[in-house]
Design a protein around this ligand. Structure first.
Ligand SMILES: [Zn+2]
Length: 412
């Protein structure tokens, strides 16, 4: 029967979120629980304890990804998986990642309370190092699972203290024996806070996530000539900062030319010699372009290249523009997306389709399994911040959508 009359326990979900948030709690109400630290170990231990109480078998793979599996009637069938991550940014919040994991736990607890067995097994995944703030690459565990990079590559990454991912993982006791990837998944559903302002602004409860924006990251270096700010006439200058400043304005303009879904950001500038009375001879800056359509993103890339050439010419400076990373846009599985949309509709929840602007484990998992995401609003669209906040009733609604979507897939 769809939708099932079953509902999750919103108060229990909230208690679990607040309980987990105590591990690494910061004075301003946020969480600092960096990947593969002692606090990450404590967080993992606690959530695994809850998942075991919920009757799951636990497997841990070689990069520390955790899979908690609740048996199905057809136990050899591929698993319907839920999940997200529990590592946080250095000054992170209580909900980013944690909601997706604990909503999955809450779905299992709800089925246990109602003594419901599903046809296919259900599972909750906790992916290692999603945030990428201690170790690069971001979404490390799910990326290795999807074969985006090798296990060896991930284990060899070092944090700023020179500690390798592999050593940190072993140190907290989470270097598991299970192979990375190759696990048969029927589907993967990840619930997450939106991390943007759209749902809140439109007063909607559920974001039906159809895919993710493609991204291109660049390093851009302008080279002119250092010169004295007094004796050097304006027309004789090779001012690298003036050129860079023009690009700072051009990048958002490129995004706006591909509205409403284009994004363009300059987030970092390094000016040399950075002195009050010296015309800057060198500026290094970053550019981040995003769009859900790869063809549009390629156009934005062409615009960026043409613009930098024009600016360099106009200001008589050199420009070196280097693409340093690229994530293609991803489209989630239409049937899984439809399961989320149908669940929101059946539950009478206001919803809209949207693209994810941020990276998520689901984006990598989507390469190896039918995948979809469920967004819920967060206060003022803020995340990666201690003041990140979400309303209990929205989290409850998101977990109920997760429950219905999972049931439609797993068969009850
Ligand atoms: Zn997250």
């Amino acid at each position: 029967m769809f939708p099932s009359s079953l509902r999750i326990d919103g108060a229990r979900l909230w208690r679990s979120l607040m309980d987990l948030a105590q591990i690494g709690a910061t004075p301003k109400g946020g969480v600092r629980r960096l990947a593969l630290t002692e606090l990450d170990r404590q967080g993992r231990d606690r959530v695994i304890g809850w998942l075991e109480e919920a009757g799951c078998d636990i497997a841990i793979d070689r990069v520390g990804n955790i899979f908690a599996i609740r048996r199905g009637l057809r136990d050899t069938a591929p698993v319907v998986l839920m999940g997200s991550h529990i590592d946080t940014q250095p000054s992170g919040g209580k909900f980013d990642g944690n909601f997706g994991v604990l909503a999955g736990l809450e779905v299992l607890r709800t089925l246990n309370d109602a003594a419901i067995e599903t046809e296919k097994p259900l599972g909750v995944a906790i992916w290692t190092n999603e945030e990428g703030s201690r170790f690069v690459p971001v979404m490390g565990g799910s990326g290795a699972f999807a074969g985006v990079f090798s296990v060896e590559h991930l284990l060899a990454q070092r944090d700023t203290d020179g500690v390798t991912f592999g050593d940190a993982l072993a140190h907290i006791g989470y270097a598991g024996a299970a192979p990375v990837g190759g696990r048969a998944l029927d589907a993967y559903f990840e619930a997450h806070i939106e991390q943007g302002p759209v749902l809140e602004r439109e007063n909607r409860v559920i974001g039906v996530v159809t895919g993710a924006l493609g991204q291109r990251w660049y390093d851009c270096v302008w080279t002119g000539q250092d010169a004295h700010a007094g004796p050097t006439p304006m027309e004789a200058r090779h001012d690298a900062l003036r050129a860079a400043a023009q690009l700072v304005l051009a990048v958002p303009a490129i995004a706006l030319a591909h509205a409403p879904e284009g994004r363009g950001t300059v987030g970092h500038l390094r000016v040399e010699p950075n002195s009050r009375n010296v015309v800057p001879g060198r500026v290094a800056m970053t550019v981040d372009l995003r769009h859900p359509d790869d063809a549009a993103l390629a156009e934005m890339d062409r615009d960026l290249r043409a613009t930098t050439r024009e600016i360099a010419h106009e200001h008589r400076v050199e420009c070196e523009l280097k693409e340093v990373d690229r994530f293609p846009s991803s489209r989630f599985d239409p049937a899984c997306v439809e399961a989320v949309r149908e669940a929101a509709t059946a539950l009478g929840l206001s919803h809209r389709d949207m693209s994810s602007g941020a990276g998520h484990d689901a984006i990598y998992v989507a390469r190896v399994a039918p995948t979809a995401m469920i967004f819920v609003p967060c206060k003022d669209g803020i995340s990666h911040n201690e003041i990140e906040d979400a309303r209990p009733e929205h989290l409850e609604a998101g977990a109920n959508v997760l429950l219905q979507a999972v049931l439609s897939r797993a068969g009850a």
